[in-house]
Write a protein that binds this ligand. Structure first.
Ligand code: TXA
Ligand code: MG
Length: 324
């Protein structure tokens, strides 16, 4: 783990050119990068993360011209979105170009591509002069890293981690599929849905409980487990003292509002801001802190059920779901 400087960035660029991997900061989370055009290098990513091979990777490029080289087609909507949101936390799924091997996209005919808005990521991409396939730099299914320290603890085998400080946005990019006639949201993320809907009014949203009248949360067991801390996470709309007192301790509380009924009942309280963007910045770091302090249970006050909180809700639900 080294501070990101022109010298260490040049070292990282040489490593990836040589078919190795390195971790680097982006504005969303830290990524584990490898040359997207070298199959063996990309394979290293899957091995280091323990990632299932059927889960495709996002290809990072320094600008739109590079994105066009990575894709077999770049429709006008992609150009408009790129112009408005790149560099930034938006990944576009487009037809895959011939230089990108199957392994990057888990055999799909498409490829996800984005231009990250972090000076270190951009410098690395320019120095490397090649597209970098980069998932979040953590063991598969665990909480994504928002500091270099998180990467080091999750993936001690990574040969080089560029430390660029904490990630300014804190959750992963929004992923949009542009390969179908109608654009589709594949993953809500750091680019607010509101911004996207103004550019793509016919955006297809996955059906979800935000449309329903208030009621019990849907069974998290149906979701793929992901972003999960070591402790058992309980996502609760109205945490009652009796419920919390009965959980295996030590118990951590993650909340964005005061909960006087729980005063004194939890061993550690993490208070996050009550707006979704600010909440996102510290969410993963708070989960890492609770894990580091040995919590066995984490109670999370469910955020409001509306579109502004969709990306956060998605992460919390997956973190709360039981292992398959
Ligand atoms: O913010 C981010 O996107 C971070 C930073 C490092 O850029 N990266 C990241 O990568 O979150 P990862 O691997 O953790 O998540 C990639 C997501 C997955 O949900 C994957 O299924 C989806 O993108 N994805 C990638 N390629 C795809 C494709 N060709 N078709 C559909 N989904 C794809
Ligand atoms: Mg990930």
């Amino acid at each position: 783990m080294v501070p990101a400087t022109p010298v260490s960035i040049a070292q990282a660029a040489a490593l990836v050119a040589d078919g190795d991997v390195c971790a680097f900061p982006t504005e969303t989370v830290y990524g584990l990068g490898a040359d997207a055009t070298q199959e063996a290098a990309v394979l290293r990513i899957y091995e280091l993360k323990g990632r299932p091979r059927r889960n495709p990777l996002i290809v990072h490029v320094p600008d739109v011209a590079w994105a066009m080289r990575v894709c077999a087609a770049f429709p006008p909507l992609a150009s408009r979105l790129a112009e408005r949101h790149w560099p930034g936390p938006l990944s576009l799924v487009l037809p895959r170009g011939a230089h990108i091997p199957d392994i990057v996209s888990a055999g799909l005919p498409s490829v996800a591509v984005r231009v990250p808005a972090h000076p270190v990521a951009l410098s690395l991409l320019r120095a490397a002069r090649r597209p970098l396939a980069a998932p979040s730099a953590n063991r598969s299914e665990s909480v994504s890293p928002t500091t270099a320290e998180h990467v080091l603890r999750s993936l001690p085998g990574v040969p080089l981690i560029l430390d660029g400080g904490p990630c300014p946005l804190g959750i992963e990019s929004t992923v949009l599929d542009l390969t179908q006639p109608r654009p589709r949201l594949l993953r809500p993320g750091a680019l607010p849905l509101r911004d996207l809907l103004s550019d793509v009014p016919d955006l297809e949203l996955p059906s979800c409980h935000f449309d329903e009248v208030p009621g019990p949360l849907p069974s998290p067991g149906l979701l793929t487990r992901h972003y999960a801390p070591k402790a058992t996470l309980h996502l609760v709309s109205n945490p009652e003292a009796r419920f919390v007192a009965g959980l295996p301790s030590p118990t951590g509380l993650l909340t964005h509002a005061p909960l006087p009924q729980l005063d004194g009942l939890c061993d550690v309280v993490e208070r996050l801001p009550a707006t979704p963007e600010a909440y996102a910045v510290d969410l993963y770091a708070a989960l890492h802190r609770l894990d580091d302090q040995g919590m066995r249970s984490i109670v999370v006050l469910a955020p409001p059920r509306n579109e502004d909180w969709r990306a956060i809700f998605d992460r919390l639900e997956r973190a709360a779901s039981k292992a398959a």
